[in-house]
Design a protein around this ligand. Structure first.
Ligand code: HEC
Length: 178
């Protein structure tokens, strides 16, 4: 191959490469639309910021609990099943190396019950419950744990005011935020 031919070949190869480069360039896509983001933008802060409209009571929650098969994994009235109980738990103490940490004896914020249940339950069909159903289930779980009364209405105003038994068992890294 002559020098000229080699140069020509090199040029062709380089052109080929730069075309390939363009095809491999990062494709950053498009900004996400608010409609696509909304189903994922569902975090509820400990103080209740982000809670949606809606409400529910323990009696309504008992029905939702039955209709959505929660008992299959958590037992009748949250008493325990293959995925653990939603009720009970003894007092926590600093010497117990394997404490049983449940909603009633461990979780510091009632708002987390709403957030968790809405985003993750039922296990096999997450994000299928309506906000009213999640408020009702939250009321049901709180009432089963005897943290609220049977007839208390749980909504965006009342839920953040529910004081969990272990609320003061945590040291916040951001004390100003609570
Ligand atoms: C197919 C089984 C299954 C069903 C049905 C199910 N869950 Fe769960 N649930 C789980 C599992 C597994 C976990 C634990 C997940 C983990 O720890 O990562 C869990 C955890 C939870 C927790 C957190 C408990 C804790 O102390 O950490 C709540 C609250 C809860 N489920 C509520 C519900 C409600 C309400 C329903 C009905 C709408 C429901 N679950 C239906 C499997 C299930």
């Amino acid at each position: 191959m002559s020098m000229r031919e080699m140069l020509a070949l090199a040029t062709v190869l380089m052109l080929g490469l730069s075309v390939a480069d363009a095809a491999d360039a990062p494709r950053f896509g498009q900004p996400i639309t608010p409609a696509d983001l909304a189903p994922w933008d569902i975090s509820i802060a400990p103080d209740g910021v982000g809670l949606p409209p809606g409400s529910g009571t323990s009696a309504q929650g008992a029905k939702v609990y039955a209709d959505h098969g929660c008992a299959l994994c958590h037992g009748e009235k949250g008493s325990g099943g293959p995925s653990g109980p939603l009720v009970g738990g003894g007092p926590l103490n600093s010497t117990d190396r394997e404490p049983v940490k449940l909603i009633g004896n461990y979780w510091p914020y009632a708002t987390t019950i709403f957030d968790y249940t809405r985003r993750a339950m039922p296990w096999q069909q997450p994000k299928t419950l309506t906000d009213d159903e999640v408020y009702a289930l939250t009321a049901y779980i709180l009432a089963l744990n005897k943290i609220i009364g049977e007839n208390d209405v749980i909504n965006a105003e009342t839920l953040p005011k529910v004081k969990m038994p272990n609320r003061d068992g945590f040291i916040s890294k951001y004390p100003d935020k609570h």
